[in-house]
Design a protein. Structure first.
Length: 238
């Protein structure tokens, strides 16, 4: 990890409009959680629905997309990435540093609010808050890596990311059983199920499948992004 690259990345990420979005989306989740806490509906069902659908299904991928693409795509679009690539710094170190910033930011603005929302709605019962927080942590890491890769390989990273998060995961992944095996959201849900009290959370993907896939996708996306960035260097100089 390179401290200078990390500092510049954080400044560019939080100094733009993205910084406002990073605050607004978690605030909405917490506001809904407070409302749910004061409602007369079953708190367990509310917690599972809000944490599973709104947090893990919406907050985590959206913030992962905003942050994952934001740490590098803007620099590529405006050409400032060339100045960074001109430094005697391994490309893999640039990618891993930016990924570290993306992951920590996603954890801060997605996983932490998920924990707070779970505690507000349902307290520590059935370890629901902890389960969904863990799911947000691992899913947020995978999302960050995948969307960082998209930021390197295409100028339409946000569109491609939205297509994956909204079309594939929210529509296809939720209604087509076989597609759930290729869904980061479902992998996170599987991990949450393994941590929560028995029978509390429903998940179709076995945790023994979900965990290796989460690791494989995160590592593969990081490696491929490093390779593509190295190729970008040659293109920029030519």
């Amino acid at each position: 990890m390179n401290v200078t690259v990390a500092r510049l990345t954080v400044r560019g990420l939080l100094g733009r409009r993205r910084g406002i979005l990073l605050l607004v989306v978690p605030a909405v989740l917490l506001a809904i959680s407070v409302f749910a806490r004061n409602s007369s509906a079953d708190k367990h069902d509310l917690a599972v629905n809000i944490l599973g659908t709104l947090s893990l299904g919406t907050l985590v991928p959206i913030l992962g997309l905003v942050v994952g693409t934001g740490v590098i795509s803007t620099e590529i679009d405006d050409g400032s990435i060339v100045y960074l690539l001109a430094k005697p710094l391994p490309r893999w170190k640039i990618i891993t540093t930016k990924l570290a910033v993306a992951v920590v930011t996603t954890w801060l603005f997605a996983a932490v609010p998920t924990l707070l929302a779970g505690l507000i709605i349902y307290g520590t019962q059935d370890t629901l808050a902890i389960a969904f927080t863990l799911a947000a942590l691992v899913a947020g890491t995978a999302y960050s890596a995948v969307f960082l890769l998209l930021g390197v390989v295409t100028r339409h990273a946000v569109v491609a990311g939205l297509a994956y998060a909204l079309v594939w995961e929210s529509l296809v992944g939720n209604f087509v059983k076989g597609a759930k095996t290729l869904s980061i959201q479902q992998w996170g849900l599987s991990l949450a199920k393994s941590v929560a009290a028995h029978g509390t959370i429903d998940a179709t993907v076995a945790v023994g499948v979900a965990v290796p896939l989460l690791i494989a996708v995160t590592v593969a996306a990081t490696v491929f992004a490093s390779v593509k960035l190295a190729g970008f260097t040659m293109t920029a100089e030519d």
